[in-house]
Design a protein. Structure first.
Length: 145
């Protein structure tokens, strides 16, 4: 048996100022789903889709369908589209007028999710907590305006 030590499990390095393509992140998709049709069309006309993993959505049509789903359900689960082994769950934060102004998310190791007794129930519980947190932040924003 051989083992290589590492300081982090994922190769994605995220620090202040790090930028990822919105189409390949859960927070990005939540924010894109909150855009007006005109703003979304502007984004889609300017973006160059790249497959970051074999799972990454790389077509306008697929992304639009996914954003419609995110908009309807009001959350996003991303499964290894930014990096293999990395999952994330995001929900929108809204202002007092109901406009999406931000998003909250949590990242998960796909391997740890798969190791759960019931991976689907685990993701649902994480999703519920993120949606609840986003709702609390949205309510706080609304209360201050």
């Amino acid at each position: 048996m051989a083992r290589v030590t590492t300081r982090r499990i994922m190769t994605v390095g995220i620090s202040v100022g790090t930028r990822f393509p919105a189409y390949a992140t859960s927070m990005g998709r939540v924010l894109l789903a909150g855009l007006t049709p005109q703003k979304l069309d502007e984004y889609l006309s300017s973006v160059e889709f790249k497959a970051l993993t074999p799972r990454t959505i790389t077509s306008r049509e697929e992304l639009v369908a996914e954003l419609d789903r995110v908009r309807r359900q009001d959350w996003c689960v991303l499964d290894q589209e930014l990096e293999l082994g990395l999952m994330s769950v995001a929900a929108p934060v809204r202002n007092a007028a109901g406009k999406v102004v931000a998003a909250v998310n949590v990242s998960l190791q796909a391997q740890n999710v798969a190791a759960q007794r019931d991976p689907r129930a685990y993701i649902e519980s994480v999703r519920d907590e993120i949606v609840r947190t986003a709702g609390l932040i949205s309510a706080d924003i609304a209360a201050k305006h």
